[in-house]
Structure formats: structure tokens, C-alpha cells
Design a protein around this ligand. Structure first.
Ligand SMILES: [Zn+2]
Length: 318
């Protein structure tokens, strides 16, 4: 592909190619570049690690060093997380109708989403490679497969009415393979929910300019893929599931735009996080659950919000 075919958004961008991946270089960190890949249709890092090598790295180094405080920290926001978990489960239930309540949460972590689902009558299954997190999810009543979600583990999981992936796709070297496998486990007419960080979003771009800082959200090799609503929806469409509903969580970048630079200040970051929790709780206490839901749907419609969450449906068999 020639330089001339680069999109006009990046007229000066260096054009990179690595195997089938090719596109303008839009950011970088350390030894990685981020390209807006023409082949994949979303932004991702180059070079990409080999999937098997990355799994081994996680097994050897990441999960081996888990600290006992990990689960405690993961649970301390659960009184707030339950709001978004309930939003999501109610959306699944509306689309599925009665009697279809088999849920798979891929990368379920300590199992708090599964716990909320079980309390609503779901049959909940998780798959999670961290031993400590998997054990915690089991203690909450979920069936948990302790493994990575890959070609070997996926076929044994069974079939589901709903499959959820929260904060998974940004980490994996081949999100197209992961989504294809996940969709393969969904019954016809079932739902897929994908949540990822909403990156290169309008508020991030505005905050970067206002504060004169770099792209703080670019974090390879921990984050390899950088989706937004449109690139995620386009990918789901290519894989045969229809984008039905978009939502998000509070646009944390608004704090940056108002001058509170939490990107290099973890204590300020925690304070801003506490404020957005209070924002959500205030509406809940006032009985404005539907207003909160519509507010986040409206932001999502403008490409704004910290996360890009899409609920899609698998077509009925014909
Ligand atoms: Zn690519």
C-alpha cells in the first residue's frame, strides 16, 4: 500500500506494515507503535506478541506474583459496580425473554458480575486464568474454568444465551479470534456484550490538548488494541452479530478537561473516581435509574465515555 492511500486524518503519518497489518502510525510508546490498521479496522500496537508466548508470560510472571490484596481491592467498588452490572443483565433479559439464563463471562476475574447474575437467577459460568481470581469466583457460587479462553479451552465450555467480555479485548494479540470463538458459543438469538476502554475518544483528544500532555491511555504491551464505539461495532458486524445497544460509564476525561490532571497523580485519580461514583449514586438515590441509563446511552451515541460497551445479538438460525 502506498503512502498516498493513508487517510487524510494523518497526512504526515509514517506508514507501517507488519505481515497483513498495515496503516498509519498514530502514536507510540517504548518499542511499540500504534497503527490505525486497514486490515483489522481498529487501532492496535505493533509489533504484536505471539498469543502462546503471551499466555506463558502471564502464567509465569503475572499470575505467579499475585498479591493477597488483589481480591480485596477488586471488591471494594462492588457496591458501585453492581449498578452497571444490573443495567447490563436487565438489557440481556429484555432481549432474551424468559427462560434463557445461561451466562458465560470470559475473563471473569474475581466473579462479581457472575455473583450479580446468580442473584437474578442466572446459571453463571466463568473462565479465568488467574488461580486466585478463579477460586474467588467459585466461592461466590459460579462454575469457573481456570484457563485462558483459547482454541483448546473454548469447545468444552458449552453453549450460552449470553456471553460477556469486559476489559479483555484490549489485552489480547488477536481479538478477532477471541470474538469468533465467543460468538461460536452463543445460541441463535443470544446476546454478546463487549466492553473495552473507549480510546482516542473526543474527550481524550480534548484533554490531551487542554493539558498539553501525551496520550496517557496508550500502554503497550499491556494494552495492545485501542477500540472506540465505531471500530468495535464494525468488527462485530463483520463477525455476523448486530450492534443493538451502546452504553458507557462516566467520562473520566471531563475531570482532565476541567484541569484536574490525575494521569500522573494516583491520589487525585482515586478522588475523581470517588466523585463519579457519587454522581451515579446520587441519581440512584433519587430514583433516576432510567435517567442515568439514558444519559450514558446518549454519551455513547456521541462516542463519549470511559468505556465502549456494545450489546449485540446473534441472528436466529435460518
Ligand atoms: Zn491489524
Amino acid at each position: 500500500m502506498s503512502q498516498a492511500s493513508s487517510p487524510r486524518l494523518f497526512p504526515q503519518a509514517e506508514f507501517l506494515r507488519d505481515g497483513r497489518h498495515n496503516g498509519p502510525r498514530i502514536a507510540g510508546a517504548g518499542s511499540h507503535s500504534i497503527i490505525d490498521c486497514f486490515e483489522c479496522g481498529f487501532r492496535h500496537a505493533l509489533p504484536l506478541p505471539d498469543p502462546a508466548a503471551l499466555e506463558e508470560e502471564y502464567r509465569q510472571n503475572y499470575y505467579a506474583d499475585e498479591k493477597p490484596s488483589f481480591i480485596a481491592h477488586a471488591g471494594e467498588d462492588q457496591d458501585w459496580f453492581v449498578l452497571a452490572q444490573t443495567d447490563r443483565l436487565e438489557a440481556f433479559e429484555r432481549r432474551l425473554g424468559a427462560g434463557r439464563r445461561r451466562l458465560l463471562d470470559i475473563g471473569c476475574g474475581p466473579g462479581f458480575f457472575l455473583k450479580t447474575a446468580i442473584a437474578r437467577g442466572w446459571q453463571a459460568h466463568g473462565i479465568e486464568p488467574s488461580r486466585q481470581a478463579a477460586a474467588h469466583a467459585r466461592s461466590l457460587g459460579a462454575a469457573v474454568t481456570e484457563d485462558f479462553f483459547n482454541a483448546q479451552s473454548a469447545p468444552a465450555l458449552g453453549r450460552f444465551d449470553a456471553v460477556n467480555l469486559t476489559n479483555v479485548l484490549e489485552h489480547v494479540p488477536n481479538p478477532i479470534d477471541v470474538l469468533t470463538r465467543a460468538i461460536g458459543l452463543i445460541e441463535p438469538g443470544g446476546v454478546l456484550c463487549v466492553g473495552v476502554p473507549n480510546d482516542f475518544s473526543p474527550f481524550q483528544i480534548a484533554a490531551r490538548g487542554a493539558l498539553g500532555i501525551g496520550e496517557w491511555w496508550v500502554a503497550p504491551p499491556h494494552h495492545l488494541n485501542y477500540f472506540d464505539f465505531d471500530s468495535l461495532a464494525a468488527l462485530l458486524g463483520r463477525l455476523g452479530v448486530a450492534d443493538q445497544e451502546r452504553t458507557t460509564s462516566f467520562p473520566m476525561e471531563a475531570f482532565l478537561m476541567m484541569g484536574e490532571n490525575y494521569t500522573d497523580d494516583p491520589a487525585l485519580g482515586r478522588a475523581c473516581h470517588d466523585r463519579r461514583k457519587r454522581f451515579d449514586f446520587a441519581m440512584e438515590l433519587a430514583g433516576l435509574k432510567e435517567v442515568r441509563r439514558n444519559f450514558y446511552r446518549a454519551l455513547a451515541g456521541q462516542g463519549i465515555g470511559r468505556e465502549a460497551v456494545i450489546i449485540a445479538t446473534k441472528p436466529q438460525a435460518t
